[in-house]
Design a protein around this ligand. Structure first.
Ligand code: PEP
Length: 251
């Protein structure tokens, strides 16, 4: 059994001002175990600086929620990898379903963004997942295959293990309808198989997370599945005690 360090990431979406970020971290940081799972918080752009400064003396790292693939240019409203690195940000969520759905994020754009993030030294957290209609129509395998093949097409085999993948079925995000542990395991094993067809070493080492209504009371069972290496947590990560309980469930 390969030794993959569990990975727990908090996606705050468009929540928390800098003051709220300070209050969250004041309560959350002392509750993070001294060793064990990797813990990442992903605040909105405006709170990144505050989060990096407050997490500096801790094991908790900070990731952004999006990034443009160009270093600079006429892209009003966008933020680049060098800008995130300058702040001391460690990683970046890419391809979250809300960005695909509301902001037209495409697989073509992600095929450019993932290698740019890696090349810049940012850890990409690539999100993939099917919607409810696709699951009902038995298209989950096809959707995940298309997304993984397209989004990672330009990542060299030797660097696949540096990507973190989050399997997030859209029907489970923010709905309270969590995938069953079997559904999460099955989809994540499929994704690992896709990585294995390019790199067996990469597949053994890459962390693949589950995301979708993870809560303190369902985290342990989901995280106990053999291929589930952690969780990307939305709603429950806004509460420091709830996110701390999920981090502890990974132990
Ligand atoms: C997410 O937005 O990545 C997510 C998993 O949200 P939630 O936990 O609220 O379903």
């Amino acid at each position: 059994m390969p030794d993959r360090t569990p990975y727990l990431a908090a996606n705050w979406k468009m929540h928390k001002t800098t003051e709220e970020t300070e209050r969250f971290l004041a309560e959350f940081l002392p509750s993070v175990p001294e060793e064990g799972a990797e813990v990442v918080v992903c605040p909105p752009f405006t709170s990144l600086n505050t989060a990096v400064e407050l997490c500096f003396q801790s094991r908790v790292r900070v990731a952004a929620q999006n990034m443009h693939e160009a270093d600079d240019g006429a892209f009003t409203g966008e933020v680049s990898a060098p800008m995130l690195l300058e702040l001391g940000v460690h990683g970046v969520i890419l391809g979250h379903s809300e960005r695909r759905q509301y902001f037209n994020e495409t697989d073509e754009a992600l095929a450019r963004k993932v290698p740019v993030a890696l090349g810049a030294g940012l850890e990409p957290i690539l999100c993939v997942g099917e919607n409810e209609g696709q699951r009902d129509a038995d298209e989950t395998e096809g959707v995940l295959t298309r997304q993984i093949e397209a989004d990672l097409a330009e990542v060299p085999e030797t660097r696949l293990s540096e990507v973190v993948i989050a399997y997030e079925p859209i029907w489970a995000i923010g709905t309270g309808r969590t995938a069953t542990p079997d559904q999460a395991q099955e989809a994540i094993a499929l994704i690992r198989g896709l990585i294995e067809s390019r790199s067996p070493e990469g597949a053994a080492a890459i962390r693949i997370l589950y995301g979708g209504s993870v809560k303190p009371d369902n985290a342990a069972e989901l995280l106990s599945q053999p291929d589930v290496d952690g969780a990307l947590v939305g709603g429950a990560s806004l509460d420091p005690a709830d996110f701390a309980a999920i981090v502890k469930a990974a132990a």
